[in-house]
Design a binder for this molecule. Structure first.
Ligand code: NOJ
Length: 537
């Protein structure tokens, strides 16, 4: 058993409902996904992260569950899900699922029972206040879509707490029964064969809610308890967490608690670096990230299913990213983010898109890719809020992009699907998809990338160029990425002694072979070169 499998994984996330419809109802389903596993295997991904799979009224795209022990009937049955796990495993692909236990849907039977009577066995599973909480206008996650964090329930004759929308009552994590239930949910899905969980909203789960005190302390003990529990049930089970917190707080989440955290800080700095054509923010991020305990790992990403979150940048930095990537108001969301996919943010410039992903995949951490990124899929800004970036997968130039045979789809296709789809890109060796396949396979052959150390190579290089190096016991690799539009040359001769016989393993196109002295390494505008310096075995 490889307990640290997540350190060398390539994660791909998708919503079942927008990936592939097999029964013609316009909504993607599990059988459809099973039919596309060979595509994912060929792409080279090793772990599939599924967005919420449970029954849900879908007021927050599934992040509002009504039954944690079942599958949304639109997707299929538990039997179909077991088939999916089997078929994925046959192709060497692990599956992790979203674990959304900070809150439930207000239609969940637990909440319905809790509100019906103070004597309900579920009353204390939620967070209530008899009085109107004075801080209820604070701590909103979705400003503009959410007015407060406490809502009065007339049936319950009390206020209930909800970090997110008012239809998502928070579970009371301080209640031991709730903790036991969460462990049981994890055990259930592990028993079925999932490899772990992407835990939603972790800082809020462990918030000890005290009405009137928005800064109430965090209960990290619960994370240790949960880690132990899942590890007893399945030794190599993964807990990958969404915890967008201040850098100083990050280390509390690791070490006997969570295995992996999404690197939100790096994400915002990558956006800033791309917007300014300047690698400094990434260099800062590499320098500032706390050292991780043994076994802990970052998950890197450029885009996810939510808005690009720029809240941790300064006002000036945020303004630069907005100007470059979200110039019009309808591209922006919650005063802090951008509701766009990466390719259109980068002007659909193939060189720049490849540069961005080459950089993401070469940095420390496990790369996470979202469906459609491998094609450079676009968004539909006419859709509401975050739905703009949740359009169906584009498989072919056939009707409905090969996603479904229905007349009406769950959501419209993003513009341009007739030419931007898997079939067209598969037949084109210069396409983004073909490049992604090569890049991911190169990465998987490079053991030092991702799991090894990752450091900035601090030598004078042209402005716009980032030089960094991955090193572990198997060898070392040098990466040069030019975030600027103009060609240049970098002098990396200080690394020549270490290199001996440098070998280029991946680059954008058209360079003369690399010379052993590394004295003049040419880079195109938005060019990149991955150069193996040393291989020990
Ligand atoms: C974080 C998820 O990424 C987001 O999509 C969701 O709306 C909230 N958590 C609430 O569950």
């Amino acid at each position: 058993m490889n307990e640290r499998w997540y350190s060398k994984a390539v994660v791909y996330c998708l919503d079942i409902d927008t990936f592939q419809d097999s029964n013609g109802d316009g909504v993607g389903d599990i059988r459809g996904l099973i039919g596309r596993l060979d595509y994912l295997a060929r792409l080279g991904i090793t772990c599939l992260w599924l967005h919420p799979i449970h029954p849900s009224p879908n007021r927050d795209d599934g992040y509002d569950a009504t039954d944690f022990y079942n599958i949304d009937p639109r997707f299929g049955t538990l039997g179909d899900f077991a088939e999916l796990l089997h078929e994925a495993r046959n192709r060497g692909i692990r599956v992790i699922i979203d674990l959304v236990v900070n809150h439930v849907s207000n239609e969940h039977p637990w909440f319905q029972s809790a509100r019906s009577s103070p004597d309900s066995p579920y009353r204390d599973w939620f967070v209530w206040s008899e009085e109107a909480p004075s801080d209820r206008k604070q701590g909103m996650v979705f400003p503009g879509e959410q007015d407060e964090t406490w809502t009065y329930d007339r049936t319950a004759k009390a206020w209930f707490y909800h970090r997110f929308y008012d239809f998502q009552p928070d579970l009371n994590i301080t209640n031991p029964e709730v903790r036991e239930e969460i462990k049981k949910i994890c055990a259930f899905w592990l028993q079925l064969g999932v490899s772990g969980f992407r835990m939603d909203a972790v800082p809020f789960i462990i918030e000890r809610t005290e009405p009137g005190n928005p800064d109430s302390p965090k209960d990290f003990a619960f994370l240790s308890e949960l880690r132990q529990h899942v590890q007893w049930r399945q030794g190599d089970a993964l807990l990958l967490a969404e915890a967008n917190v201040e850098p100083a707080e990050l280390t509390d989440y690791f070490g006997g608690r969570l295995h992996m955290l999404f690197d939100f800080m790096l994400n915002a700095r990558l956006m800033l670096a791309l917007a300014r054509h300047d690698p400094e923010p990434v260099i800062d991020a590499l320098r500032d990230t706390p050292a991780l305990p043994d076994g802990a790992q970052w998950a890197t990403f450029l885009r996810n299913h939510d808005e690009v979150d720029l809240s941790r940048l300064t006002a000036d930095q945020r303004a630069d990213v907005f100007e470059a990537f979200g110039p019009s108001p309808d591209m922006r969301l919650y005063d802090r983010g951008i509701r766009r996919r990466l390719a259109p943010m980068l002007g659909n410039d193939l060189r720049r898109i490849q540069l961005a992903y080459a950089l993401q995949f070469s940095l420390r951490g496990t790369p996470v890719l979202r469906y459609g990124e491998e094609l450079g899929m676009g968004e539909d800004l006419s859709l509401e809020g975050r739905m703009a970036i949740r359009t169906p997968m584009q498989w072919s130039p056939a009707r409905n992009a090969g996603f479904s045979s229905a007349d009406t789809l769950i959501r419209p296709l993003a513009e341009g699907w007739e030419t931007l789809n898997v079939t067209v890109q598969r037949n084109d060796r210069q396409s983004l998809l073909s490049w992604f396949e090569r890049m991911i396979h190169t990465l998987r052959e490079a053991p030092e990338v991702g799991a090894g150390s990752c450091e900035h190579v601090d030598v004078p290089v042209p402005r716009g160029v980032l030089a960094h190096r991955a090193v572990d016991s198997t060898g070392s690799m040098l990466f040069l990425h030019n975030l600027a539009d103009s060609a240049c040359e970098a002098d990396m001769s200080s690394l020549a002694a270490e290199a001996g016989y440098p070998v280029e393993v991946l680059s954008d196109d058209g360079y003369d072979p690399i010379t052993d002295d590394l004295a003049t390494v040419a880079l195109n505008g938005y060019g990149f070169r991955w150069i193996r310096l040393r291989r020990n075995s």
